[in-house]
Structure formats: structure tokens, C-alpha cells
Ligand binder design. Structure first.
Ligand SMILES: [Mn+2]
Length: 336
């Protein structure tokens, strides 16, 4: 499904120079940061002022991204972030479609009046808070949508190597490097167009995927040997990470990236789940194969959502209770 709201109006509105704030979701991933930065650079080339805000920090493996050092973190600099939003003519929300996804930053947004909002996103069931919408759950990533938007403005020639690298990286990360079901023919066409801008894909892949320390590999070894539970009846496997374990292995934000996918390597497993204990909640990631809709599972039982094959949620109860909810949920979810 695709949804557009007043896009033509937006395109003529920003023919004049405007002040634009671009916002990524909490715990931003490569698609969120990549799309925000690429759009920022594009808008700057068009004569606008554009600043990127993220609610909190992002993993180290995104530090190579051009402009990553110019991202304002709301958690660190709430006043600067508020000032940027208060001065902006337009606030762009990238890679999320509900204000709850930006947590406390949303409280600041609630204090603003008369702001215009643009939503560019590819997650299911968007909330209707934005004045302008460019949304599609058929798009692989927000980076793909930003590329589409730039094309709509005949801006292809303005995409330089740095912007192409940002868009390519976001698209690659959201498709599991072109392997998930969201990898359409068009994704490859966009990737080809970006490659023609002179990006070095081996370098990008090394920058993103081969930057871990020994601790992460040791931790994965521990998880797989001690913490993996397989539920054959539900073709499901899950792992749990406690705060203590994260501390023991000195895990940083990015070290848990991709771990949720590991159980899907088993032929008899269609659903993989990772529970991560945090100070005030249990965070849950879901992955699935084929037609199994973990967006529905996350939405119905875990206060979350996302995509059919990749979604997330959270609970405010203990890790044990959360796992118990999963067992109950699976028995209902997989029989209905
Ligand atoms: Mn995304």
C-alpha cells in the first residue's frame, strides 16, 4: 500500500528556502540515520537549512556516515534540539509513523504550535499526525523513499557519492543486505543507480558489518550455547539477554545488532525472537520467514509493530513474565 498526502503542495512550498528539522526514531538504525542525513544534504543543496535530530544515540557502526557528527541528540542537548524544532518551518519524521516512537522528544513536539509535519516512512499502520505524507509499506526502507522523493523533484543529479553511500547503506541494512522479502526488483534498480554515483560497496559493508570487537563474538557464542530456547511445536526460537550479561560482555548499543536473526538459520524455525532487558522495560525483536506475520504478533501482544517479517515491541513486566506472555501468545497466534 502507498499513501501520499499533499505531496505536490509540499514540493511547491519548499521551492523557497526553508528551515527544516529532520527527526529519526529512538535508538536509530542505519535506515533512519542514513535517510535523515541524505535528505539533509539534498535539502541543503536546494538552498534550505536542514538539521538532523535523533532522540538518543546510535551505534558506533554508523559513525562512518558522512554528517553523523552533525546529528543533534535530544538526550544530550534537549535545549538545542527544542530550539531547532521551534525555529523550523517544517519537521520531517523519517522512518517512523507514530510519535510514540520518539519517546520524550514527542513531549517537546507537543509544546510546539502551528508546525508543519512531513512523514516519510515504510512501517505498517501509520498514525495520522502529519500534514504531508510520503508512505509505502511496499518500500524496502525509508532510504528508498527518500531516493523516490528526490527523483520526484528531478534531483538525481544532486545525489553525490556521500549521499549515495548513505542511501545505499540504509537500504542494504533494512533488507538484510538484499535478502529479505522486501528486496524488490526496484531495490536493485535503486542500488544500481546509487552505485553509478561512485560508491564503494565493499568499504560500506566493512564499515557496517565488520567493526565488532572480540567481546561480541564471544557473547554470541555464549548466547547460542546457553541461552537459546527452541520451541519445535511453534517453529519458534528465542534468546534472552539480561542487563547483567550485557554488562559482563561489555556490550555497546550496536553489539546486539543482527543477533535476533541467528535462529532463523535453522530449517525448522520460522520465528526468531530476542528479549533484551533494559532499565525500565523488556525490549523485544521479532523476525520471521515467509508469510508469518510478526507485525501482528508484536502489535497484538507486545505494544509494538513494524513489518511482516521484522518487528519490535516492549513490555513493562519482568523478563520471565514477558517470556510467559510469548508462550501464551504463540499458542493463540499460531492456531488462529
Ligand atoms: Mn526503516
Amino acid at each position: 500500500m502507498r499513501k501520499e498526502k499533499k505531496l505536490e503542495e509540499l514540493l511547491s512550498w519548499w521551492e523557497k528556502p526553508r528551515k527544516i528539522a529532520l527527526i529519526a526514531h529512538s535508538r536509530p538504525d542505519g535506515d533512519a540515520i542514513g535517510s535523515c542525513l541524505a535528505l539533509k544534504f539534498f535539502l541543503e543543496k536546494k538552498g534550505h537549512t536542514a538539521d538532523v535530530i535523533a532522540p538518543d544515540g546510535f551505534p558506533d557502526f554508523l559513525n562512518w556516515m558522512k554528517g553523523s557528527d552533525q546529528v543533534f541528540l535530544h538526550q544530550k542537548n534537549p535545549k538545542t534540539c527544542f530550539a531547532i524544532m521551534a525555529n523550523a518551518d517544517l519537521i520531517c519524521c523519517l522512518d517512523f509513523n507514530a510519535l510514540k516512537r520518539i519517546e520524550t522528544l514527542a513531549d517537546d513536539i507537543a509544546k510546539l504550535h502551528g508546525k508543519r509535519f512531513l512523514m516519510i516512512d515504510h512501517h505498517r499502520d501509520p498514525d495520522d499526525f502529519a500534514d504531508y505524507i510520503f508512505w509505502s509499506d511496499e518500500a524496502s526502507s525509508t532510504c528508498e523513499l527518500v531516493f523516490d522523493l528526490i527523483q520526484r523533484m528531478d534531483g538525481d543529479d544532486l545525489i553525490d557519492t556521500d549521499m549515495a553511500a548513505l542511501l545505499y547503506a540504509g537500504m542494504a541494512m533494512d533488507t538484510g543486505v538484499f535478502q529479505y522479502s522486501n528486496t524488490s526488483a526496484k531495490v536493485h534498480e535503486v542500488a544500481a543507480a546509487l552505485m553509478s554515483k561512485g560508491i564503494h560497496i565493499e568499504q560500506i559493508h566493512n564499515d557496517v558489518y565488520n567493526q565488532y570487537g572480540e567481546n561480541r563474538l564471544r557473547f554470541i557464542g555464549y548466547l547460542l550455547s546457553d541461552k537459546l530456547t527452541v520451541l519445535p511445536a511453534y517453529r519458534t526460537a528465542y534468546m534472552t539477554i539480561t542487563m547483567k550479561e550485557a554488562e559482563t560482555y561489555q556490550l555497546s548499543t550496536g553489539d546486539k545488532e543482527g543477533i535476533v536473526n541467528l535462529p532463523l538459520a535453522m530449517k525448522d524455525v520460522d520465528i526468531a525472537i530476542l528479549f533484551t532487558e533494559d532499565t525500565d522495560r523488556i525490549k523485544i525483536s521479532f523476525r520471521s520467514k515467509g508469510d508469518i506475520n510478526v507485525d501482528q504478533l508484536a502489535r497484538t501482544y507486545f505494544n509494538g509493530g513494524g513489518h511482516r517479517n521484522a518487528s519490535g515491541g516492549s513490555t513493562r513486566v519482568s523478563l520471565e513474565e514477558t517470556v510467559q506472555i510469548l508462550h501464551t501468545a504463540l499458542s493463540t497466534f499460531l492456531t488462529t
